[in-house]
Structures are given as structure tokens and as C-alpha cells.
Design a protein around this ligand. Structure first.
Ligand SMILES: C[S@@+](CC[C@H](N)C(=O)[O-])C[C@H]1O[C@@H](n2cnc3c(N)ncnc32)[C@H](O)[C@@H]1O
Length: 387
């Protein structure tokens, strides 16, 4: 048994699919939703840090969304975090420098695996072609550490790039002059950007989107004719060497048991209980197709990344991506800790799972794959049609 306080077990979660795990649960609080008025505003670290961020179990969390709660943000904000520890967070997913360092590793892993910043390359380059009628522009939704936005700004110096997130990007240096960042909640609407962008990028943000089909209908409006929507998501379940989904055995001593999978289960349970849309990302492709002729060409592509460089015969690029994937998951263990603790699991249980998952990944005891899905959809028309 993991917990020293068995009499304190009081699982009150609305999620019941992990009933056998209740011995690790201390308590689960239901947190009432709060909303804030719609706005897009420039932030000032000394003033707005307290509004946007709070400290939970030693990690910094966004304070503005009920749907998303991994750590995220500017080092200069950290001094104000200590004052923000009162009360339970809405969705405690860290939003601090450590989480942004993890996102940087994930970004590098995807860049390595995709051999570039986006798929498919030609339509993106076409949408961003220089023209006389307007300056091409990119919107990176849920930009996180801002790495993708900054890389795109460097790759396309003639293009304006906007990175948007609930919390400020954790920049170590000034971004290129053609790249800026905004803080806002996508769920409050995007139509103030109507017909403003040629590429809209939304990678790993489905968790934080309240109503994805509604969001897609706004994305079409915000794109210019000929513009392209790019979405990406990592599958939240892990896969065996034969690419079948991992089913967790009941017995922890079973050689097929995976502590990483155990940890992910606790993470999803906590996310679902707190209102994140953990089930929406597999439907992105279908929702795009259901929009019919609002889109011209659409497509999707799957990439498999080994969790650690265990694949025999893998080329250098795939091995590097696999090692980065492992580093990413090691960081994820820490980033998700406040979320899982806030859900009510005992600290001793969570820290034991983390230790076991670290050992498993470092020794590559389980040969696992992570599945990544990328989607694209092109708005009919051409940027050259614009006045
Ligand atoms: C997993 S990170 C991905 C970051 C980045 N897109 C990448 O691929 O590296 C998800 C980001 O989406 C942001 N996010 C989630 N829901 C959001 C919302 N409703 N509005 C704005 N940003 C949101 C989070 O704050 C977080 O930085």
C-alpha cells in the first residue's frame, strides 16, 4: 500500500475508471469555475504576474483558465508567486521555466522527427509567399515557451509572427523583431483577428480548448484566403513495440507493467476530473473533415517516436528524437506532479510512481512508442486574391 493514512482515503472524483487506484487518493476537491472578462492585453511582469500565475506544490501554474493547468512562465514573475499560494488551483499544470524547458525539448524532438518545423512543407511556404497586398502573418496558438514561433520568425524574416498563450512565454533573450507575444484565453474567442493570418498553428493545445469544433469555425474566419491551419497532438496513451496500445496489467510485478503508463493514468484522471478535454484530440481530423467545403485540401500524418533510443537499426535522426522523447517524459513526470497531487493522491504514492517511471525509462525496461498526429487544412482561395 502506498499511503500511510488509509483512514483518510476519500475519493470524491467524478471519474470512476480507475477505481482500483483509490488507495493512493487522499482527497479530491471539486473546484468551482471562475471566469474573467474577455480581453487581449500587453502584460507587465511586475503588475500582471499575480493575475496570471500562482504557485502550487512548488510549481507555477496559470491562474486564468479552468481547462489547462501545466506549469508555464517568465522568471521575472517568480518573485510574486509566493503570495499566490492561497486556495486550490483550477487546473494545476505547471507554467514555469522548468515546464517551458520541457516544451523546448519536445519542440526539438518534433523538429528532429519531422525534419523541419511543419508538415506539409509546400502549402505552408505557398501561404507565406511574399506579396504586395499584405505582410504574411502566422498565429501560434498556445505558444508555450514560444520556440516554434521564434523559429518560424527566423525562418521567414518577411513574415510577422504572433505567439499567444494564457501565460507569457519564458524568453531568455529578445525574440526577433518580427515576432511578438500576447496573453489571452483562446476560449474567449478569436474573431478580433478576422482575416489576419496565413498560417495558424495549434500544437498540443486541445486540452485547453472548451469546444474544438467552435474553435475550428473561428480559425477559418481568422485565416486569410489560401491560409493553412496546422494542428499537432501527441497521443495520450503509449504503445507496445508492435504498436498495439499498452494495457496496464493489475499486478505491478508483471513484466509488462509500465510505471510510466501508471503515471499517465493518474494524470488523465486528474485532468478529466478538473475539466480538461482529454478526449478531444483524436477527433481533430474528423472535425476538420465534417466542415466540408469550408476547407479545400486537408490531410493528416502519423509519426511514431520510440520512448528512448531502443529501436535497433534506427537512423541517427530517429535515435536523437527518441532520446529527446525520453527527456521530455522525464520532465513531464515533474510537470504533472502538482496536477496529480491536487487531485488528491498522496505525495508518497506520486513520488514512488515518479521514481519507478524514471528507473523504467532510464533502463528502457519497456520498449514503448509515442504516437504523434499532425493535421492540416487549407482555406479555399489564394493570398494573391487579396486586395
Ligand atoms: C503542451 S503546451 C504546448 C506548447 C506549444 N504549442 C508547443 O507545442 O511547444 C500547451 C500550451 O497551450 C496553452 N493553452 C492551453 N489552453 C489555452 C487557452 N485556452 N488559451 C491560450 N493558451 C492555452 C498552455 O498555457 C500551454 O502553454
Amino acid at each position: 500500500m502506498d499511503s500511510p493514512h488509509s483512514s483518510d482515503f476519500s475519493p470524491r472524483s467524478s471519474v470512476s475508471n480507475f477505481a482500483d487506484d483509490e488507495h493512493d487518493l487522499a482527497s479530491v476537491e471539486s473546484v468551482p469555475s471562475t471566469s474573467r472578462p474577455a480581453s487581449v492585453y500587453s502584460y507587465h511582469s511586475s503588475v500582471d504576474g499575480q493575475v496570471m500565475l500562482k504557485d502550487v506544490y512548488g510549481r507555477t501554474i496559470n491562474n486564468t483558465s479552468d481547462h489547462y493547468g501545466l506549469p508555464g512562465t517568465l522568471e521575472s514573475f517568480c518573485s510574486s508567486f509566493a503570495a499566490l499560494t492561497d486556495g486550490c488551483p483550477a487546473v494545476p499544470w505547471a507554467a514555469d521555466p522548468a515546464e517551458h524547458a520541457r516544451l523546448d525539448i519536445q519542440h526539438l524532438m518534433l523538429k528532429t522527427k519531422l525534419n523541419g518545423l511543419f508538415v506539409p512543407p509546400l502549402p505552408v511556404r505557398r501561404a507565406l509567399a511574399p506579396r504586395q497586398s499584405s505582410t504574411p502573418a502566422i498565429l501560434d496558438l498556445g505558444t508555450g515557451s514560444g520556440s516554434w514561433a521564434i523559429d518560424m520568425a527566423k525562418l521567414f524574416p518577411h513574415v510577422n509572427v504572433v505567439g499567444l498563450d494564457l501565460v507569457p512565454a519564458n524568453l531568455n533573450s529578445l525574440p526577433p523583431l518580427n515576432c511578438r507575444f500576447e496573453c489571452d484565453d483562446i476560449n474567449l474567442g478569436l474573431l478580433h483577428y478576422k482575416s489576419s493570418f496565413d498560417v495558424i498553428h495549434a500544437r498540443c493545445i486541445a486540452l485547453g480548448i472548451e469546444d474544438y469544433p467552435r474553435f475550428l469555425s473561428e480559425v477559418v474566419e481568422v485565416l486569410r484566403p489560401g491560409g493553412i491551419y496546422l494542428a499537432g497532438a501527441g497521443d495520450m496513451q503509449l504503445y507496445n513495440e508492435d504498436r498495439s496500445p499498452v494495457v496496464l496489467p493489475e499486478d505491478e510485478d508483471d513484466p509488462k507493467y509500465s510505471w510510466m503508463v501508471r503515471y499517465l493514468k493518474a494524470m488523465f484522471e486528474a485532468m478529466e476530473n478538473q475539466g480538461s478535454n482529454i478526449k478531444s484530440y483524436p477527433h481533430i481530423g474528423r472535425w476538420i473533415r465534417e466542415m466540408g467545403d469550408e476547407w479545400g485540401d486537408t490531410g493528416e500524418k502519423v509519426y511514431w517516436v520510440a520512448l528512448g533510443p531502443w529501436e535497433e537499426g534506427a537512423n541517427g535522426r530517429d535515435r536523437r528524437a527518441s532520446e529527446l522523447m525520453r527527456q521530455n517524459f522525464l520532465g513531464l513526470l515533474q510537470s504533472a506532479r502538482p496536477l496529480i497531487l491536487s487531485h488528491g493522491y498522496f505525495e508518497a504514492s506520486v513520488d514512488r510512481w515518479i521514481k519507478k517511471a524514471q528507473e523504467e525509462m532510464n533502463a528502457m525496461r519497456r520498449r514503448l512508442y509515442v504516437k504523434w498526429m499532425f493535421y492540416w487544412a487549407i482555406k479555399p482561395g489564394s493570398s494573391l486574391d487579396q486586395l
